[in-house]
Design a protein around this ligand. Sequence first.
Ligand code: DMJ
Length: 621
Amino acid sequence: MSSMSLPYSKRDLHYDNAKFRHRSFSKVISQSLLTSNIRHDCISCSTGKFLLLLLIFGVACLMLTRTSPAQSISDARNLGEDKVTVFGGTKLGKFLRKPPRLPPRLPPGDSKSSPSLNSDSKWIDRQQSVKKAFIHAWSGYKKYAMGYDELMPVSQRGVDGLGGLGATIVDALDTAMIMGANEVASEASSWVETQLSNRISQKGQVNLFETTIRVLGGLLSAYHLSLAEAGTNNVPKASVYLETAKNLADRLLSAFTSSPTAIPFSDVILHDSSAHPAPGGLSSTSEVSTVQLEFNYLSTVSGDPKYSEAAMKVLDHMKTLPKVEGLVPIYISSHSGEFSGNNIRLGSRGDSYYEYLLKVWLQRRASQDSNLAYLHNMYEEAMKGVKHLLVRRSIPKGLVFVGELPYGPKGEFSPKMDHLVCFLPGTLALGATKGFTKEKAMKDNLLNFEDLENLKLAEDLAKTCFEMYSVTSTGLAPEIAYFHTEEYSEGGLDGGNKSSEYVNDIIIKHADRHNLLRPETVESLFVLYRITEDPKYREWGWQIFEAFEKFTRVDSGGYTSLDDVTTIPPNRRDKMETFFMGETLKYLYLLFADSSLIPLDKFVFNSEAHPIPIEGAIKKE
Ligand code: DMJ
């Protein structure tokens, strides 16, 4: 490849080593005792020994009496509708949480002078704003669309765009549980308990992928979280979630069993459990490879391997197919089992193939009986391919972006990047540290050169994804952006924010100016914040949240997608996608939460943001 296609040179890597000089509080105390003059003065006299003992006793007391973040939150806030109880304050917290990292509580007068307490309370406030937004979204859905898949908040009605399984309810349920939005959680859960099984046995055509990531994934997370919250294996609600999940998955399995190859059909008729290929027999590559986390977990908790076996055959088979430096075309035939066409991209129809290679490996890598190293190899090879073939820099300001190869590796490069590609910074960061903080991963020597390079790319791409928001008049990203390069430019198509440094780098075509309330950028900001602990990711997330509040909130209830993010006021599209409550608001809430809430070394988030426990990382169910 020419150097043009290798903007990601090794020279780009530089690390802020000062960050890794951080030492724990106890280490600081013990090291200063061992090394400073105080040691000589104190230890040589009995007053000194007494003082030393007093100091150690004091430190021990502080460590034992630190308040949990959840406790701090419930003390600090009372939102009225829902008493704020975050999972961390319940039994779930006891076994999911690492010791909280908040500082000890100071008397009221002192807290003003503490920058760390001030900044904690800023994030607690912001977290509560996200929770309020979630409750507002639910209030619109409940008023006008209860039982429908989605809310049309402007025309105040519901619509079934996903087969009629009340997808918003199931998508939102675990978010409500995580936020401690108790009223929403109880309304959503009673709908699931009383209505969903009937719907599943009566409804018609659903898409295997959409139903798996949203409905099956939502049920499985709710199952896990309700067991964890109760701290016991015998929770009636949890058994309903599990039974409903099995009922649904048993029907979805026909997509696998009806196909002549390992590649499942794309659609299932729920009421008769029949399955059908997409027109032309072509499935999206991302769809067939984005069901494994859910089917694997269902096998684990039901004790029946059939779900996992069917789903894992897809990846097993994909391992054997020819690829372009680990990259794959966006279509695959369920008739032949082969990829179709040459179109390679990490946006729509390609995206979560790469995401699940990593996450399925993370989910199962601790399990004794499976050797899934091939998934990690496929992931690593693909990321090398991304860096080699798809990553470039824009001009004039040098934003790093991921383009497409619509005609394969021999065809022309397209500097087009879907908003969907913004899942990639999060995935790259997760792949680099396996969910640990960068600090810990560095300290424990867990990062090889590839990991460091991927982490750097993750940070650069997260910036680009953020700039796709801040370059527009509304502060919201378009569905698709193009990047100005030596080979590609188009005038008069900027995002409208003339004060953005990147206004000449990002091109937004008229047809691509809509915003569907998508989660990918805030998802990546959340993962990058957890991993790097750099507060800029929280600030960026807050900026995005404020723009959602300003332009997409519908006063009567709910939030709406927009037609054009480059004009003010933007035309409203009249749809609240289920992933706004399932993903976007969940990731924003978690971005502002304590890092021990749904920790990344214990959970993988499915493609619809439903957390699924990593095998062996938390107690057996
Ligand atoms: C979600 O349904 C999932 O994240 C999916 O994998 C891709 N797109 C939407 C959200 O944008």
